[in-house]
Design a protein around this ligand. Structure first.
Ligand SMILES: [Zn+2]
Length: 235
């Protein structure tokens, strides 16, 4: 039995509606903590001086901590964008996974940690109308600033559990897409193509959908993944 431990942070405020509509919660953002020692992240996310938080943190043993009530606005996304939305903190639920990150010895997420994440994400997805394409990494919503949770994050495994979207390889155009076509596909999927370079966008896309090589270059495999993703959301 996985239980959720309450570990309150004061770093939150009210969610803001967009325009005159009601508050929507329709995005799930996955992060890594990127800190050593690993256990320092929990207190940092609860420290009033840090001005950062997340709704949940999952440590490498798989223990789930609830830091901010889900109905409140946690401070995890920073300046970011997805499918026209810019106040991502108001629209999303944020989950931090303990991992030293690229600067301090990036490593695989532990089995217990991934199992706890699947357990938690399934609860969240059963309670909030979050479409598969809105299950995202921090790097998806902020390609120039962020690289977490990184290429070791098991997106494909999660998609098999019904968490997030993974393209079904079916079709691809034989012709190599122009830069303009690549930008147009990334934009239609949800990326902020106005404020990020093509290379940063493609790298962010690869970290999520083609993790074997994240170099910002649209090779055949990246093209196939991108085209099939566009097909799968168009269907
Ligand atoms: Zn992050």
């Amino acid at each position: 039995m996985t239980k959720i431990t309450y570990y309150p942070s004061t770093n939150f405020n009210e969610r803001m509606p967009e325009g005159t509509g009601p508050v929507k919660i329709d995005i799930l953002v996955i992060h890594y903590t990127g800190m050593i020692p690993e256990n320092s992240a929990l207190d940092w996310l609860c420290n009033p001086e840090s001005n950062v938080s997340a709704h949940y943190l999952i440590d490498e043993k798989g223990i789930i901590f609830n830091l901010v009530p889900v109905l409140m606005r946690a401070w995890h996304a920073g300046e970011s964008y997805w499918r026209g939305a810019t106040d991502i903190n108001s629209r999303s639920i944020g989950i931090e996974l303990v991992n030293p990150g690229h600067d301090f010895g990036y490593r695989d997420f532990s089995l217990n940690q991934v199992n706890s994440l699947i357990y938690l994400a399934k609860i969240i997805l059963s309670q909030y109308p979050i479409p598969p394409r809105n299950v995202l990494g921090h790097s998806d919503i902020s390609p120039a600033r962020k690289i977490d949770p990184g290429e070791r994050f098991p997106w494909k495994q999660l998609a098999k559990e019904g968490i997030g979207l993974w393209p079904n390889k079916k079709r691809s155009n034989n012709t190599e897409p122009s830069n303009k076509q690549v930008i147009s596909m990334l934009k239609s999927y949800g990326y902020d193509t106005e404020n990020n370079s093509l290379s940063d966008l493609v790298t962010a896309f690869q970290r999520h959908f083609r993790p074997e090589r994240c170099d910002g270059i649209v090779d055949k495999e990246t093209q196939v993944q991108l085209e099939n993703l566009i097909f799968s959301v168009a269907e």
